[in-house]
Design a binder for this molecule. Structure first.
Ligand code: SF4
Length: 385
């Protein structure tokens, strides 16, 4: 039978083509060009405490972090960089404010890149030539990290406050100083705590240069607020193809930043999804405790590596439909759960057996997916209904 088009547009798998940016190499991770959007975070330990810093980097690596930044405010921190850079499994970027000498120390230490904040480094512009030479000799990219809270005073005077134009002018001015020395191994960030200002700044920057962009809403706040601000701002930009690497800033442990960052990328199909729980919000028709069921299934399948979609639905209104669309699902009602695998009802179990049955079946499907060589992605939990 021939399929008849009903005139509905096909749902795009991605919202936009990526902006064409220059590709740079941050250690083993490519940023920009056709490289996937990467997720990064920053350690909260004293960098001079090498053991604690490496431990936190290991936790971040295990959670999916691809690039890590470490602060370098003192000589002791600078002295620790070489060991940290050598032992870390992911590229280490040194974050330098105030003291240009630490830029050279970080390059000498073998850091994968150096972030400089021009607004915070006195006489930075006078030292660009030497920094560019040292960075070029070692193949170390530089991130020009402009931040609303530490905007160059000259631009603060010119614009009155950290407007998008001021942030962009600051970044492009610094980039131009590097360009004078034929150094273009640069990525740029223009962070602001207001997502609207931030989005406008990155849009202007994206139009004005081809450097890869590091997205960030700075000082985004505690986990809940920071997650929403980052998701809204990154979502707006990434859905326009803008952004090559992201850092979610939360007043929360850095591993939480990685979870949020990965979820944002997965939601936009910029990263392969792993486990996805499609669970309804519940309503007056629910015949089971959907929240509890979704939580128990999520906990039971934590750490699953394959892109498995599991539907947990509270009643028969949307339940069978969603359960059929998923790899595995349950539609609940009358104290029972109809278990679906790949669209077929395979059994009906009492409510008390729903969770264990779903987990059992999920593990079987995951084994099969792994045997079939289906690529693993990253964890994801979404709530639908
Ligand atoms: S599937 Fe829809 S209708 Fe049924 S309980 Fe969940 S939210 Fe309510």
């Amino acid at each position: 039978m021939t399929a008849i088009s009903l005139g509905m547009p096909a749902v795009p798998t991605k919202l936009a083509e990526r902006r064409k940016s220059r590709k740079i190499q941050v250690g083993t991770v490519a940023v920009g060009g056709d490289a996937p959007v990467s997720v990064q975070s920053m350690t909260t330990t004293r960098t001079s405490d090498i053991g604690a810093t490496l431990q936190q980097i290991a936790e971040l690596t295990a959670s999916g972090c691809q690039i890590v930044r470490v602060a370098c405010p003192t000589q002791d921190d600078a002295d620790a960089l070489a060991t940290i850079a050598r032992k870390s499994q992911i590229p280490v970027i040194a974050d330098i404010h105030f003291q240009p000498k630490y830029v050279f120390a970080a390059i000498d230490a073998g850091c994968a890149a150096v972030r400089v904040n021009p607004g915070n480094i006195k006489q930075f512009d006078d030292q660009v030539k030497e920094i560019a030479r040292a960075a070029k000799d070692t193949g170390t990219p530089i991130r020009i990290g402009v931040n609303a809270g530490s905007l160059d005073k000259r631009l603060l005077q010119k614009y009155g406050k950290a407007t998008p134009e001021a942030l962009v002018e600051s970044a492009l001015w610094e980039a131009s100083l590097f360009e004078e020395h034929d150094f273009r191994d640069i990525k740029i960030s223009v962070k602001h705590n207001d997502p609207v200002v931030m989005v406008n700044a990155y849009r202007q920057l994206a139009a004005a240069c081809d450097y890869p962009l590091h997205l960030g809403v700075t000082e985004a706040g505690p986990a809940f607020q920071g997650t929403i601000k980052s998701a809204v701002a990154f979502g707006a930009l990434l859905s326009e193809g803008i952004g090559d690497t992201i850092r979610v800033s939360l007043s929360a442990p850095p591993v939480e930043e990685i979870k949020v960052g990965m979820q944002i990328l997965e939601s936009l199909n910029l990263k392969q999804r792993r486990l996805e729980i499609v669970s309804c919000p519940s309503c007056g028709r629910a015949q089971v405790d959907v929240y509890k069921l979704a939580e128990e299934v999520t906990a039971g399948l934590e750490g699953m590596e394959v892109p498995l979609r599991v539907a947990v639905m509270g009643c028969v209104v949307n339940g069978p439909g969603e359960a059929r669309e998923a790899d595995l699902g349950v539609a609940s009602g009358n104290g029972k759960g109809q278990i679906f695998v790949k669209g077929e009802v395979i059994k009906t179990v009492p409510e008390s057996k729903i969770v264990e049955t779903l987990i059992e079946e999920a593990l079987k499907i995951a084994d099969q997916m792994e045997a079939d060589g289906i690529p693993s992605g990253e964890p994801s939990v979404s709530v639908a209904g």
